[in-house]
Design a protein around this ligand. Structure first.
Ligand code: UDP
Length: 475
């Protein structure tokens, strides 16, 4: 991307939902816009702003500034969502943000010229941050909606009425989870019941709050001037044209992390902007642990399985133990990012001698790593992931085949696309047994390694091409 500094009066305000998976791609976009000369205000909730400032020292730059609005979060920005009543928690969060943040947000939207900063001319709001989209509309500022999930997941949510019509949801009692479902246009023959976003499993009746939740995710996409996805056209050549006939214009502008990495830093202003603290790929809501690096440097090429379940997913002690045994029994090396709150009830875990010794011999466990850097390391040969959308894109771009163990929401459908549509990995969904883990690891690292590595490399190539100049930047 070129730096085309201009004296334009464009001023974009970007406002993400307060969770890492949302903040990261939207911050990438903020950085890209500001580098290309657009005044960009990035708005976090105070709790997220504090955590980012604490770890990375966010500072305002000439065309990128950070602002915070009050929030009512307790600081976890998401939490152990599967065990909770997610819809109620989500609706409460929306309401508390609406009542706590609207005034400060409106003030930012309506500010007159400040120094060389023009008033806000455009909002890019997270597609699930209802109040941000609504208030921008009330103030009369054109709004683009950024949906940080995959397009296939957004489309599954949009298909809720059709899935109800086809009798797929609510799921009948004792239904066959492996049955291929009808009702999602463009995905015929691909999705089994178990691949639908997890909220669909929880629907008890057509009045269920999960239906309201999913319809809500879709309804805000329709009211913006355009929809932005952190994705690229070649990933969904069938789906995107179908979605385009239903939605406002769709722009696939990703994978954003390739673009932020490839910024040309040759001129002075960009060098100034490249200071630590505003490189979104380095920004994390959790503390990184660098001890992994020495260990990783000492491993042979493509010999290590990197394991991470993102920022929200939670494992039971049983699942953790089965995964751990499976990894050790596979005989392969592994690097596991074990977040402090990854295992609920971790005090119940009995670490056996076998687990301890196997890890000492071939494993490394740390709390948090810079994932993009790890995935790009020559020693990494497989990514065991929860299939969050950012992780999926990062694994794909790094050309690392995946084993998917999705936890909830969009991860269920992302993992199906990884295995059956893009063919860049295996889907272990709903099963967590040491024998299966071992078998999957052996398949990715041994039996199917060549095939999976070459299809993942092909996909990585398509991803890179899509963000080149004249690449397939939009739909
Ligand atoms: N991540 C990281 N280090 C870790 C684990 C995760 O940097 O040890 C980052 C990862 O690179 C990704 C984000 O956290 O950008 C997780 O986002 P994703 O959409 O995959 O999952 P979520 O956390 O939203 O479920």
């Amino acid at each position: 991307m070129e730096n085309t500094s201009s004296s334009s009066d464009a001023h974009v305000l970007i406002i993400p939902f307060p969770a890492q998976g949302h903040v990261t791609p939207m911050l990438s976009l903020a950085k890209l816009l500001s580098f290309s000369g657009v005044f960009t205000t990035f708005v976090n909730t105070e709790s997220i702003h504090r955590r980012l400032s604490g770890s990375s020292g966010l500072t305002d730059r000439r065309r990128l500034r950070f602002r915070a609005v009050p929030d009512a979060l307790t600081g976890d920005g998401g939490g152990n969502t599967r065990d909770f009543d997610f819809p109620s928690r989500f609706f409460n969060l929306q309401e508390s943000m609406r009542s706590g943040s609207t005034e400060a947000y409106k003030k930012l939207l309506t500010e007159e010229l400040i120094g060389e900063w023009p008033p806000v001319t455009c909002v890019i709001a997270d597609g699930i941050l209802d109040y941000a989209i609504e208030v921008a509309g009330e103030v009369g500022i054109p709004t683009l909606v950024f949906r940080t999930s995959s397009p296939c997941c957004a489309w599954a949510f949009a298909s809720v009425p059709s899935l109800i019509h086809h009798g797929i949801i609510p799921f009948p009692e004792e239904c066959d989870m492996d049955e291929i479902v009808k009702g999602v246009e463009g995905m015929e023959g691909i999705l089994r019941r178990r691949d639908l976003p997890s909220f669909m499993r929880m629907v008890k009746s057509t009045e269920d709050k999960h239906i309201k939740l999913m319809n809500g995710f879709n309804s805000k996409l329709i009211i913006g001037k355009a929809i932005i996805f952190n994705s690229f056209d070649a990933l969904d050549p069938t789906l995107l044209p179908i979605m385009s006939s239903y939605y406002p214009p769709i722009f696939t502008i990703g994978p954003l992390h390739i673009l932020t990495k490839s910024l040309n830093i040759s001129n002075e202003e960009e060098e100034e902007q490249q200071e630590p603290g505003i490189n979104p790929s380095l920004i994390s809501l959790l503390q990184e642990d660098r001890t992994y690096m020495t260990w990783l440097d000492n491993q042979p090429d493509q010999s290590v399985i990197y394991i991470s379940f993102g920022t929200v997913a939670v494992l039971s002690p049983e699942q953790f133990i089965e995964l751990w045994h499976g990894l050790i029994n596979s005989g392969h090396r592994f690097l596991w990012a074990v977040r402090e709150d990854l295992v609920k009830g971790k005090e119940e875990i009995e670490i056996t001698k076998e687990m301890e010794e196997g890890t000492k011999e071939r494993g490394c466990m740390v709390e948090w790593v810079p994932q993009e850097e790890v995935l790009a390391h020559r020693a990494v040969g497989c990514f065991l992931t929860h299939s969050g959308w950012n992780s999926t894109l990062e694994g794909m771009v790094a050309g690392v085949p995946m084993i998917c163990f999705p936890y909830f929401s969009d991860q269920m459908i992302n993992s199906r696309f990884v295995s059956e549509v893009w063919r860049i990995g295996l889907d272990m969904k709903d099963v967590c047994d040491r024998n299966i883990v071992e078998r999957m690891v052996r398949k990715v690292m041994e039996e199917s390694a060549l095939e999976l590595r070459s299809s993942t490399a092909r996909m990585a190539d398509l991803a890179r091409k899509s963000v080149e100049e004249n690449g397939t930047f939009s739909c």
